[in-house]
Design a protein around this ligand. Sequence first.
Ligand SMILES: [Zn+2]
Length: 339
Amino acid sequence: MCNKHSEIQQNPSHFEGSAEEKVTAQHVQANFMDYIKDMKFFDPHIHMTSRTTDDYQALADAGVVAIIEPAFWLGQPRTGLATFKDYFSSLVGWERFRSSQFGIKHYCTIGLNSREANNEPLAEQVMEILPLYLYKEGVVGVGEIGFDDQTPAEEKYYRWQLDLAKEANLPVQVHTPHRDKRKGTERSMAIALEHGIAPNMVIIDHNNEETVKSVLDQGFYAAFTIYPFTKMGNERMVEIVKQYGSERIMINSAADWGISDPLAVAKTAALMKMKGISDHDIKMVTYQNAIDAFAQSGQINVEDFENNTVIDQSKTFNGNTILRGGQQPRIDKNAIVIR
Ligand SMILES: [Zn+2]
């Protein structure tokens, strides 16, 4: 995909003989779990509402112990306030419960996404209910908010939500646009500063080689989405960590309803290990920095996921369980016979 960057391979000495050439996509696919034994991961941006129970199980198997699910656009425009309410409620309710059934601690960020900020009559109503959710348990930030098409309406609701974040003393998770990314990123940061928000309370998301330097230089957290075909491949990510180190950088999958990979954080850790990045740096960008950033909400207690979580799939949420019609908890996914 992105062989543009392979010429800046910096540490060939980390590989014996021709091993380097063998680091192919298939290789990573087949063996990545071998490189990340005993590692723990925190994926600070993943939309589990759009994913399956198999994904939860795969995340748990790969060592993902905690996740943050930002409120986002569900793929088609919502037609009324009630669907926002139900969605926000599921982020602090059912989805968190579902995650717990796989031993994964679930947090979320709540906000009006930039795309739907352009439906102003509805956006006004959403703004009214946001404070009801921002103070709920497990809400670690306002997000994902920011610019999409960089319209005046997007700016209006971005500014408004920055004020809500400031009032609630919550970190802000900022979505940066695909088009005119550089300009949109600079504008997002300038506006946050203008609202008196400390840069260390702001996580600028979906960075690339063009934006990372400015984001770090200004003291913001720089998040990177490893997303097939579009945002960033993980070979490019390895080069960024080689160049900029691990301070204030974090990696996420942003897995959603599109073609995406919920294991992107774990696979990138494996690739970094193969390419000679230190265990310390891997831990910082796939675990610790996300915790440090979002724990500023006062909502993260690492004891909830640092040691092995007890899974009890017989638990219920409002009387509902993830088990349907007499299923046995925790079936072995690799068993050929399905009962
Ligand atoms: Zn997202």
